[in-house]
Design a protein around this ligand. Structure first.
Ligand SMILES: N[C@@H](CCC(=O)NCCCC(=O)O)C(=O)O
Length: 257
């Protein structure tokens, strides 16, 4: 079997007069080095985008984190400049990618912004500036330090019994990193909470009734996927699901010949 391929959405980056469509190495590198799958970066270019054409050709979908926020009107909230930065091109690609992966049973891993897109794609809402709420902690990235220090593992989350994550990591407390301003507000009807933070912030979800791996996490397992046990296990489980899906596709294609 050839190396399975996963779809990874690009972010739009404007540098000078040039608009780039790019994905960060921390995601695609962890996908290859730990999950054992190759990333196909999908441009965040909505015009003429054929998501079905992408989903016909991949064996998994990984929705990455990003500094940009989901456009508020996508979950019924009036957009204000303070809620930015925005990346509407990415939103236009990720929401149908998520819905299509779920409906086709293609393994889906959603990370940070990705769990927020998963919730919005399925009808939920987001909280902006979680740290401004009286009963919530500050989940934003540390203001100082290098990238390793920004992604440092520093926060306990509590994985619930009987969940997909409990099958992978075991139920109970797991230490993770935290770099987000927004969080899940109203949970989408088809999502189940898999883990929460000490202040009740939803830290992981799974899709109810999903026919394959369909998990979202608010933290960043990609960053320490090579060295942190919980991060590695999550990426390995995603890779295993992608390879199983690829084998099933090969079986279907062989039977059709
Ligand atoms: N913008 C959202 C999601 C945050 C997120 O995905 N962070 C990734 C870290 C940014 C980076 O790669 O430097 C929010 O703020 O909640």
């Amino acid at each position: 079997m050839s190396t399975p391929i996963i779809a990874v959405p690009a972010d739009t980056k404007v540098m000078g007069e040039i608009t780039w469509h790019s994905a960060q190495q921390q995601y695609v590198g962890a996908a290859m080095d730990v999950a054992g799958v190759m990333s196909l970066i999908v441009p965040a270019y909505a015009q003429g985008a054929d998501i079905d054409a992408v989903l016909d050709r991949v064996e998994g979908v990984m929705i990455t984190g990003a500094a940009s926020n989901v456009f508020p009107q996508l979950y019924g909230k009036q957009a204000e400049e303070k809620d930015g930065p925005f990346d509407p091109g990415r939103d236009a690609i990720t929401l149908p990618l998520i819905r299509g992966a779920i409906s086709r049973g293609i393994p889906l891993l959603c990370i940070c912004r990705g769990i927020q897109e998963l919730n919005v794609a399925l009808g939920g809402t987001l909280i902006s500036e979680v740290h401004e709420l009286d009963d919530r902690h500050d989940h934003r990235e540390p203001e100082t330090g290098n990238r390793d220090e920004k992604f440092v593992i520093r926060q306990p989350v509590f994985i619930r019994e009987g969940t997909c994550l409990a099958d992978i990591l075991g139920a109970g407390e797991v230490a993770v990193n935290s770099l987000h301003r927004q969080a899940i507000g109203d949970l989408a009807p088809k999502l189940a909470v898999e883990a929460v933070a000490e202040d009740g912030t939803v830290e992981a979800v799974s899709v109810i009734g999903a026919t394959n791996f369909a998990v979202g996490v608010q933290w960043h397992p990609e960053y320490w996927a090579r060295t942190d046990s919980a991060s590695r296990k999550l990426f390995e489980a995603f890779g295993d699901a992608v390879r199983a899906f690829a084998r099933s596709k090969d079986g279907v294609n062989a039977a059709a010949q």
